[in-house]
Design a protein around this ligand. Structure first.
Ligand SMILES: Cc1cc2nc3c(=O)[nH]c(=O)nc-3n(C[C@H](O)[C@H](O)[C@H](O)COP(=O)(O)OP(=O)(O)OC[C@H]3O[C@@H](n4cnc5c(N)ncnc54)[C@H](O)[C@@H]3O)c2cc1C
Length: 114
């Protein structure tokens, strides 16, 4: 988009992080004309993220679970938890594992869906 260019849309979402891109994708899937405004260029180098298994129903809800699951991200079957205890504990996942993702690559899923 060029500086000074005008865009008309039903909805303008500010910020293309997980929240903004998900709601923009959802509104677009309902047929709204959506403009998503992000101040940084994507994809960009971004620290990795650990996504717990509780993200799976959310990915399913927005229609990208199959694609994320087949993207080749690491699927940890155990996690190390270290909050207030003196030593870390290793816990096994119950059910399907979550993901360790390259956040830049992961951020492409909602965008690529459009
Ligand atoms: C160091 C760190 C490590 C983390 N690790 C994990 C992890 O391992 N697993 C996990 O699940 N969560 C992790 N989180 C939390 C996770 O990053 C956040 O919960 C998530 O990014 C929140 O998403 P969001 O879309 O609400 O906000 P953000 O991801 O912050 O996205 C907001 C977006 O809005 C854009 N923006 C802001 N202002 C404007 C503007 N005025 N105009 C245009 N664009 C704008 C920003 O550039 C940004 O892209 C971590 C957070 C941090 C800081």
């Amino acid at each position: 988009m060029a500086a000074g260019e005008r865009i008309t849309s039903d909805v303008c979402v500010i910020g293309g992080g997980p929240s903004g891109s998900t709601i923009a994708h959802r509104l677009a899937s309902f047929g709204h004309d959506v403009c998503l405004v992000e101040r940084h260029a994507f994809p960009r180098p971004h620290i990795g993220a650990s996504l717990p298994p509780t993200i799976l129903p959310l990915l399913e809800f927005i229609g990208v679970r199959d694609r994320v699951e087949s993207a080749g991200f690491l699927r940890p079957e155990r996690i190390v938890v270290w909050w207030s205890e003196a030593v870390p504990t290793v816990r096994s996942m119950l059910g399907p594992p979550g993901f360790h993702v390259d956040r830049g690559a992961f951020g492409q899923f909602a965008v690529a869906e459009r």
